[in-house]
Design a protein around this ligand. Sequence first.
Ligand SMILES: Nc1nc2c(ncn2[C@@H]2O[C@H](COP(=O)(O)OP(=O)(O)OP(=O)(O)O)[C@@H](O)[C@H]2O)c(=O)[nH]1
Ligand SMILES: [Mg+2]
Length: 699
Amino acid sequence: MIKGGLMSVVSTDLRNVAIIGHNETGKTTLLEQMLFYAKVISRAETVESGRTTSDFTEEEIANKISIHASLVSFNWEGKTLNILDTPGTAAFIGETICGFRSCESALMVVDGRDGAQIETIKLWRHLDERNKPRAIFINKMNRDRADYTTVLEDLNNTFKTTFVPVVIPMGAGKEFKGVINLIENQCYVLGDDGKEKIIDIPEDMHEYVEGYRTSLIENAAEGADDLIERYFEVGTLDKDEIRRGLREGLDQNRVVPVFCGAGELGLGITSMLNFIRYNFPKPLGKNEWVYDKEGNVTPYPIKEEGPVSAVVFKTTLDQFSGKLSFLKVVTGTLTGDIELYNPSLGKKERSGKVYRMIGKKLTEVDSLAAGDIGIIAKSNIAATNSTLLEDHEANFKFKKVAFPQPIYALAISADDKKSEVKMNEALHKVKEEDLTFMIHFNEETKESVVSGMGELHINMILNKIKEKQKISIQTKLPRVAYRETITKKSGVVEYSHKKQSGGHGQYARVLIEIEPIARGEHYSFTNAIKGGSVSKGYIPGIEKGLHEQMLDGFLAGYPVVDVGFTLVDGKEHPVDSSEMAFKLAAKGAMKLAMAKAAPVLLEPVMKLSVFIDNEYLGDILSDLSSKRGRVLGQEDIGHLQLVKALVPQSELLNYAIDLKSMTSGTGSFEIEFDHYEPLHGKLSDEVIQAYKDSLEDEE
Ligand SMILES: Nc1nc2c(ncn2[C@@H]2O[C@H](COP(=O)(O)OP(=O)(O)OP(=O)(O)O)[C@@H](O)[C@H]2O)c(=O)[nH]1
Ligand SMILES: [Mg+2]
C-alpha cells in the first residue's frame, strides 16, 4: 500500500536524483527498498513479483525489466527526494535521457561482480557530456563471487575520475553481512524488522577499515582549502568536515563517492539515503539552459524568485489519468491557478491541478517550488521539451533534450486502408510519449518507416499495437535511400520539345551543360544565354523541369544531387512556346546530359560506434571488414572496447541483430549519418537492376 501525504516543499529541501545503470543491476529493487525504509510502502516487493512501485506498466510486469522512467517522490528526514528509476536496457535510453534533463545528479548502480559494463560506460559518457555529479552504488554484494575491491579497481581502470569509497562491505557473496559507513565509523547489519540496525565495527575489521578511512579523509580534505589546512594541522577531519569535503567535491563533479550493499536484502540503504539527503546537490542555483535571440545556449539558473518558468521533460499517456506532463520548475512557484504560456505554440492555458508521483499514483500538491519535479495533467499546450511561462511576454525557450539517432528501422504496412489508419494513429500516440521512436514516410523509397533504439524497442511497440488494435502489421527491412549524382561534365547537349496537333503547337528548345558541384551543395543554375534567345519569363519553367527530373532520378529512380546546370542557349516560338513546353524541354535535355556525365549512385555511409567486451574484438573487426567498413579507431575502456568505423548504411540495416548474435547479446552500438559516397560495380548494378525489376512489376 502506498501512503501519500507529500506536501509542497521549499526549494532548499529538494534533491533530484536519477538512478541509472546497466540493465539488471538492481536499480528498481534498490528504489523499492528506499521506499520501504522511508515508510512509503509497508514491504519491499521484488521485480519477479511484478508488484514493485516503479515497474508498474503491463509491459514492465510481463518482461520483468524497466521500460519507462518512473518518478517517485518521498520524504527522507525532512527533505523531499525526487527519484527517477530509469531503464538500463539500451533500447529505452530515451527514458534515461529524460531523467538527466530533470535531475541535478545521478546514482549509477553497478553489479558487485560484473563491475563496469557496456551501458555503464555509455551512460557515463552521457553524464560527462552534461557534467553531472554522480555517485556509485556497488550492488548485489550478496551475489556469488561479488568482489568490492575488484569492481573498484575496474572502475578506476575504466573511468578517469577520483572514486572515493564511503561505504564498504562486510564480507561478500553468502558471507555478506552488512556495510560499514566510513564517515560514521559504524556497521549496518539487518535487524529483525527487515531494516538495518547499527552495530560497532568488529575488532578484526579495524585494520581493513583504517586503510579506506585514511583515503576517505584525504579525499574529503581536497574538497576545500580550509579542510586541507585543518587536515595538515590535526591529522584528521571530523564527520561534518568529511561530509562537507565530499559534498563540495561531488557538487563540482571532481569526486565520485562509492557506496555498496544489496538491494535485495535491504542492506546499504540507510547510508545511501542519508548521503543523498545531506550531501547530494540541491537544485537551487544550478543552471538550466535557454536559447538567446541568436539561438545560442546560455545559462538560466534555478531560482525561487521571478515569474514561473518550467520545462516539460517527459510525457506519458496514462490509461486512467490521460496525458501526464512531467515538468521541472525552473523559476518561481507553480500553483494550479497560473496561466501558462507556451511560446512555441503561442498558446496559453491554466495549469490546473499540480501533482507529485509515486510510481503510478498521483498525489495533488498545492505548489511546486523552483527546482521541483511534478506533473500537470491533460494539458493541451505541453509536450516533451515544451517551455511553459507565466510571463507571456517573456519570449524564451529552454534548451531541448537531444535524443540519440535511431539504430534500427523497419518498413511497415497494414492489410488495408482501415487498418493503416488505426496503425498510424496508434504509432503517432507512441511518438508523443517516446521521442526516440520515429515514424515517417520516405518519399525517396515510398515506404512508411518506423525507427528506434533497437529490435526490442520497435518490436515491443508494434506488438502492442497489433494486440490492442487487432490488426496485423507487416514489416521488412527498409530500402536504403540512395541518391544519384554525376562525375564529369556532360558537354553541351540540346533537346527540342515539339508537338503539332492542330491549333496551338508546343515548342521549346534548350541547350544545357551539367557538371558536378561540391557534395552537399545540391543544385546550382547559371543562365549563360546571351542575346535573349529565350525570354526571361520561360526561365522558371526550365528550372522547374530540372528540379522535377532531379527528383525522378536517372539510374534507379533516386533523387539526383550536387549538379550544376548552365543554360547555354535555346530557342522559342512566338506562338507555340510556353512555360510548360520549356519545362518538358529541360527535362529531356537533362536526361541526355545525365547519360553523358558518368552518373553514379551515392550511398549513405554511417559513423558506427560499437561497444564490446575484449573477447569479441576479432569477430567484430572481421565482420566490419566484410561489411565494407573502414575502422577509424579503437579505444580501450577498462575491459571493454570501443570501435569506431564508417560503414555503408545498407550493411547496417540488420546490425542490431547481427551484433547481438556475435556478442551473445552483450554488444551495443550507436550510429549517426556521416556522408554519401559513390557506389560502383556489382553492388551498384544490383540496385539499378532492382529498380528496373520494380518498374516491370508495376507494368
Ligand atoms: N543477488 C542479488 N540480486 C538482486 C539484487 N537486487 C536485485 N537483484 C535481482 O536482479 C534482477 C534485476 O533487478 P532489477 O531491480 O529489476 O534491476 P534493474 O537495474 O532495475 O533492471 P532494469 O531496470 O531492467 O535495467 C532481479 O532478478 C532482482 O531480483 C541484489 O541485491 N542481489
Ligand atoms: Mg529497473
